[in-house]
Design a protein around this ligand. Structure first.
Ligand SMILES: Nc1ncnc2c1ncn2[C@@H]1O[C@H](COP(=O)(O)OP(=O)(O)OP(=O)(O)O)[C@@H](O)[C@H]1O
Ligand SMILES: [Mg+2]
Length: 250
């Protein structure tokens, strides 16, 4: 079962999640192989964010189980911190530390959690900032950067932990239109390099181009699970047709 080639990077089995009486995730069963880029689509409130948040245990689940690279997602404690460090996450809001420079935002967790020396963490941070195209901003503070630059720092910060998986929840939704592409380009590069990614986005161009697989959610269930061309050209369910009509219709 621990065969490198067959162990899924993310495995969800019969996962259910309630918020009080509200059934937010219904019997989610999902195997995401290593290197797969999955785009999650669906109407507001369908459970996309909740799905992402259960994968790095920002939300608990009520039944079922989740494995990351063959390891059961722990309930709490040290093991949880370790596994969570392997799952990077970027949200709509960048959540950078405002009182730290860009460089220090990226070195903080590797020094504290991964116990890297300051020199090693700094070297790595500069490589990552270079990779996302903002090495020249390293001495600035977050408020001195544009939204697109801040989101690229947030991606570099997540990558500094050497994650096995990257989760993105509407990473470009808060950005001015002219900054969307610079963030999508970084994400496309990551995908091309073989990162396992789960991406909630409304950017249909990215979904078509970068995704290997589309999950379409409605009311807490995955109701379509297919490749992008099939999903966009031949959606099966009325809900997906309706969703695409709305999102592509204007
Ligand atoms: N902390 C919470 N407490 C109570 N209900 C919640 C909580 N978080 C989410 N929900 C509910 O769970 C459902 C799914 O929410 P979720 O945020 O996952 O949807 P979403 O698909 O990400 O929507 P959007 O596209 O608007 O971001 C919604 O009905 C939401 O109101
Ligand atoms: Mg959401």
């Amino acid at each position: 079962m621990t065969d490198e080639t067959t162990t899924p990077m993310i495995q969800m089995r019969d996962v259910n999640k309630y918020f009080d009486d509200y059934h937010a995730l219904r019997d989610i069963n999902l195997d995401i192989p290593k290197g797969q880029v999955v785009v999650v689509l669906g109407p507001s409130g369908s459970g996309k964010s909740t799905l992402c948040r259960t994968i790095n245990r920002l939300e608990t689940i009520d039944s079922g189980n989740i494995h990351i690279d063959g390891e059961l997602l722990p309930e709490e404690g040290k093991d949880l911190a370790k596994l969570r460090a392997e799952v990077g996450m970027c949200f709509q809001s960048f959540n950078l530390f405002p009182h730290l420079t860009i460089r220090d935002n990226v070195t903080l967790a590797p020094i504290k959690v991964r116990k890297l020396s300051k020199a090693d963490a700094t070297k790595k941070a500069m490589e990552l900032l270079d990779r996302v195209g903002i090495a020249n901003q390293a001495d600035k503070y977050p408020a001195q950067l544009s939204g697109g630059q801040q989101q690229r720092v947030a991606i570099a910060r997540a990558l500094a932990m050497d994650p096995k998986v990257m989760l993105f929840d509407e990473p470009t939704s808060a950005l001015d239109p002219e900054m969307v592409n610079e963030v999508l380009d970084v994400m496309t590069d990551l995908a091309d390099e073989g990162m396992t990614m789960v991406v909630v986005t409304h950017e249909m161009g990215f979904a078509r181009k970068a995704a290997h697989r589309i999950l379409f959610m409605a009311e807490g269930s995955v109701i379509e699970d297919t490749d992008p061309n099939t999903f966009f050209d031949h959606p099966e369910s009325d809900r997906a047709k309706d969703f695409l009509g709305k999102i592509l219709g204007h």
